[in-house]
Write a protein that binds this ligand. Structure first.
Ligand SMILES: [Zn+2]
Ligand SMILES: [Zn+2]
Length: 447
């Protein structure tokens, strides 16, 4: 029997200590969840558009300062000097050790909320172009902010359990994918310590609340916006012989672009080319001078992205040539220098390490591996080129289990991110987000 004692003691080293730590984390979150849900609802009723996150940023800065973080506001420089970068950087130094960055985005979308929740947004504000639009946190960035604040509080309270430098980021303009770049351009990694690891989370409109999902390797695609101006020669609608019709040409170009992914790209390399907008002409009986297309291009590998962009230009110009458009009216193909973000790559070793910590903290049944998607995120920017800084973004389920069951039974799709009907379950989603992010940081910074 005596021999069993050290065995039991050994077993306890592996399981009892984390269990005790988990318990204290759960107790700490229990003590805060009421206040966090109130914060979430208040953020949800007061959303701000990308590039206009002034009040949201000020609120985050105030909260983090009160928790003892060293806070810097207005970090971020955009290409457009008229715009203010509302980035927040909060640093807590706790002796020698790793530097870990945790990022939340802060911006909302021009969507009119139709969730019917009592804290639904009724906000309207002017967008960058000065147009009055409805505003809603339809991507759940208010869940992310609340989770960041909850995690900030947990880590300030549990300071004796970790060492190193913790950097919390309130990032503006994720939806326009220029916020992370603006913060880096404004010296995020020179005015503040460069992290050894970068972490973020995003709520999921497919996953049950209480669960976490992760994807090792490529998790989200790169996104590149392309504008094409197709030029022709306008004429009376009855005189096609006197015209070079840009409308018919645009139609041919749109169809020809479909063959790039289907015929030129390897089926093993995911890629998307979507023409999301076509504008041209004013009236039934006028052949216009031009048609404008707006395109989004998605891929994982940089070589694939470059090949798709080159093919778009070649196919567009070649189709115009075949239509007899003179050289001086060749289509103008512009790849946006600003609306571009690299693919998000979850460092596989880091991802597996944190996933292991999630399993211990949340239970195996609440941690799932999920496939990559073709949506994009500018979180990738924090890794720098070549994924130099290991990074991980993971998903936090936000959907009530009964809604998932209902959707499975009826075949009616759940509201997606960006939908006017997307309403995350506040309590369990925030609770799980705070627990997961605190667990991830403690795993990397534990003493
Ligand atoms: Zn979004
Ligand atoms: Zn988002």
């Amino acid at each position: 029997m005596r021999k069993l004692i050290p065995l039991a003691a050994l077993f306890c080293v592996a399981s009892c200590l984390p269990a005790a730590a988990q318990q204290s984390l759960d107790t700490l979150i229990d003590g805060q969840i009421g206040a966090l849900v109130t914060t979430y609802k208040s953020l949800h009723t007061t959303p701000e558009l990308s590039h206009h996150e002034e009040k949201t940023a000020a609120f985050i800065a105030k909260e983090l300062r009160a928790l003892g973080y060293d806070v810097t506001e207005r970090v971020g420089k955009y290409e457009n000097a008229q715009l203010t970068g509302y980035g927040v950087v909060a640093v807590m130094k706790n002796g020698a050790g790793p530097t870990v960055l945790v990022r939340s985005d802060m911006d909302a979308l021009p969507v009119e909320e139709k969730t019917g929740v009592p804290y639904a947004s009724k906000v309207r504000m002017k967008n960058d172009a000065g147009v009055d639009v409805p505003v809603m946190h339809a991507c759940g960035h208010d869940i992310h902010i609340t989770t960041l604040l909850g995690t900030a509080r947990m880590l300030a309270t549990l300071k004796d359990q970790w060492h190193g430098t913790l950097i919390l980021i309130g990032q503006p303009a994720e939806e326009t994918i220029d916020g992370a770049r603006a913060m880096l351009k404004d010296g995020l990694y020179s005015r503040f310590p460069q992290p050894d690891f970068a972490l973020a989370l995003h709520d999921s409109a497919d996953l049950e609340t209480g669960k976490i999902a992760y994807t090792p390797g490529y998790a989200l695609a790169s996104s590149t916006s392309v504008d094409i101006k197709i030029r022709g020669i306008g004429a009376h609608g009855s005189r096609p012989d006197a015209a070079k019709d840009p409308i018919v040409l645009a139609a041919q170009v749109i169809l020809a672009l479909q063959t790039i992914v289907s015929r030129e790209n390897s089926p093993l390399d995911p890629a998307v080319i979507t023409v999301g907008s076509i504008h041209g002409g004013t009236k039934h009986n006028i052949i216009p001078d031009e048609v404008n297309l707006q395109i989004t291009v998605r891929a994982y590998r940089e070589e694939v992205r470059r090949k798709l962009l080159a093919s778009i230009e070649r196919v567009t110009k070649g189709t115009a040539l075949a239509a007899g458009i003179p050289e001086n009216l060749a289509p103008i193909v512009v790849v946006s220098p600003n609306e571009v973000t690299p693919a998000t790559y979850n460092d596989p070793a880091l991802t597996e390490r944190i996933a292991g910590a999630f399993v211990k903290s949340l239970g195996q049944e609440n941690v799932v591996r999920t496939p990559q998607i073709m949506a994009s995120e500018d979180f990738a920017a924090y890794s720098l080129e070549g994924h130099r800084i290991p990074a991980l973004i993971f998903w936090v389920g936000a959907v009530a289990p009964e809604k998932i069951k209902q959707s499975d039974e009826t075949g009616v799709a759940l509201p997606t991110l960006h939908s006017a009907l997307f309403a995350p379950v506040p309590d369990t989603t925030i609770r799980t987000g705070v627990k997961a992010m605190t667990t991830a940081v403690l795993e990397l910074m534990k003493k």
